[in-house]
Design a protein around this ligand. Structure first.
Ligand SMILES: Cc1cc2nc3c(=O)[nH]c(=O)nc-3n(C[C@H](O)[C@H](O)[C@H](O)COP(=O)(O)OP(=O)(O)OC[C@H]3O[C@@H](n4cnc5c(N)ncnc54)[C@H](O)[C@@H]3O)c2cc1C
Length: 477
């Protein structure tokens, strides 16, 4: 294929294998984990250094070419969906661990590093990187930073923002700035806090200084099964109210269990139960044993049918394998999956789940729930077949109704997957026009021309973008 002028210019800045422009290569980049929205980029660039990123940004910004950063493309809100006429800038080749300071418990890394690779690399030093999205074996630090990702252990350890000390970012004019740094406290405005969660709309993060956490001396994972989700939800509320300091509180419903147990990810979860609750406790042996006693007694009071307990690492890993692979296992139900992500007050989980179930039934959709119960972070999953246009329409309609039910219950639009393209037009459910305009002003302070990830996060009126936004209607594959 003849290279376009844009591609020829990009090739002058990068190695020959650093620019992709063939249709079969671009196909892979049409969407992220939210396959309901697709667009083809002009080209994909794969830089190897901050200098190369800066050169590409300077070049594209000067020509009004939209830039969409991408880590591993595991995002579930369309954050990495390309902008028409624009490029995708994938950081995957910038995946080095630049330094580990075990004494200060920090790591300096390139942002294309895969999340789990950091914990694996520092394990021998008795440390780990706490944010653990279930995609951690694929997703990158840059994507985690951009989405402020959580994970099962976010309940105790907090989301990504609590673990980022500093960033090197390429700004919209191609300049390179350092915000924060290796130290725990930085004076002045908390620009790291502003940048984390900005979903690729403020700049490209190329390096990060991260906080590492000591591996707890003792860990126990308990699995309780319940007749119904309702019983499990009651147990979660009571455990939190009683001060059980769980590292993770994760719930799976019967359909999720069935999908996992029928798949290669089978974890030996009990069948023919309404729900299972995974509770992980960590700390000293005495602390964990005391908390486990409390958790067991609450679970029993709430009608737990059976309990499994694991202390050995291999056994704990088996119990977690099912949970962490739940989305993958749902591939058994239908070829496509829409993972919804919203938050509700913990006390209202059961009530909102009932509404969510009714919505799925009304739209004749296959629903399975797996969620971070401790945080009230729900993930209703709708299995569908993208070749069935009517089913796609019903999935989108049901997704919107579920989101509205969560917000009406005093919840929020996203717990961890971000707003992206998917929820941009629902921001008005949570924020006033004045709120959105204020956010638009912050965005324009970083990126006045709207070069970075146009059409994402904020409704277009609040962005006043000049570069093209991605397709607004879902595009059938
Ligand atoms: C099976 C599965 C399980 C998941 N479980 C969880 C979970 O438990 N918790 C959770 O929070 N999420 C989860 N996710 C969602 C997803 O993995 C996270 O949002 C993750 O952080 C995305 O990382 P990524 O590298 O794939 O980023 P991408 O999908 O490539 O990009 C995500 C966003 O970040 C921007 N971006 C990427 N890199 C950079 C950079 N260097 N600088 C600036 N912007 C950048 C992109 O433009 C885009 O807006 C899951 C996804 C899957 C498929």
């Amino acid at each position: 294929m003849t290279a376009s002028p844009l591609v020829r210019d990009l090739l002058r800045m990068l190695e020959p294998d650093g620019v992709l422009c063939e249709p079969e290569d671009l196909l892979v980049y049409e969407c992220d984990g939210l396959a309901l929205f697709r667009a083809t980029p002009e080209a994909v660039v794969l830089p190897r250094s901050t200098e190369q990123v800066a050169g590409v940004v300077r070049f594209c910004a000067a020509r009004g070419v939209p830039i969409v950063a991408r880590g591993a493309g595991t995002g579930l809100s369309g954050g990495a969906t390309p902008a028409p006429g624009g490029i995708v800038l994938e950081l995957a080749r910038m995946n080095r661990i630049l330094d580990v300071d075990a004494e200060d418990r920090t790591a300096h890394v390139e942002t294309g590093l895969v999340n789990a690779d950091l914990s694996a690399a520092v394990r021998s030093k008795g440390l780990f990187y706490a944010p653990d999205p279930s995609s951690q074996f694929a997703s990158t630090i840059g994507g985690n930073v951009a989405e402020n990702s959580g994970g099962p252990h976010g309940f105790k350890y907090g989301q990504t923002v609590r673990h980022v000390l500093g960033l090197t970012v390429v700004l919209n004019d191609g300049s390179v700035a350092r915000i924060g740094g290796p130290n725990a406290e930085n004076p002045g405005y908390d620009l790291v806090g502003v940048f984390v969660g900005s979903e690729g709309t403020f700049g490209i993060a190329t390096e990060a200084w991260l906080r590492l956490t000591p591996i707890p001396p003792f860990v126990e994972t308990l699995l309780f099964s319940f007749r119904s989700l309702l019983d499990g939800c009651r147990a979660v509320s009571e455990m939190v109210a009683a001060g059980v300091e769980a590292a993770a509180l994760e719930m799976l419903d019967d359909r999720t269990i069935a999908a996992i147990e029928a798949s290669v990810y089978a974890a030996g979860y009990p069948k023919e139960v309404g729900a299972v609750l995974l509770v992980e406790l960590d700390g000293t042996r005495e602390e964990v044993e005391a908390q486990a006693r409390e958790a067991r007694s609450i679970a029993k009071r709430c009608g737990a049918l059976a309990t499994s307990e694991a202390v050995e690492e291999a056994e704990r890993a088996r119990l977690w394998k099912g949970r962490k692979s739940a989305f993958g296992a749902m591939g058994r139900i239908a070829p496509d999956l829409y993972v919804q992500d919203a938050v509700v007050p913990r006390s209202r989980i059961a009530e909102v789940l009932a509404k969510i179930g009714a919505i799925a039934d009304r739209h004749r959709l296959r629903l399975a729930n797996v969620f971070h119960a401790g945080d009230g972070n729900l993930h209703p999953n709708l299995s569908y077949d993208a070749r069935d246009a009517d089913e796609v329409r019903r999935v989108l309609q049901a997704g919107e109704e579920m989101l509205r039910a969560c917000v009406e219950a005093g919840g929020s639009l996203s717990g961890e997957h971000g707003i992206g393209l998917e929820k941009r037009d629902f921001m008005g459910l949570l924020f006033t026009e004045a709120d959105l305009e204020a956010m638009g002003r912050v965005r324009r302070a970083f990126d006045p021309q709207g070069v970075f990830n146009p059409g994402k996060v904020l409704p277009l009126r609040a962005c006043r973008e000049r570069v093209p936004a991605p397709a607004e209607e879902p595009v059938a594959p």
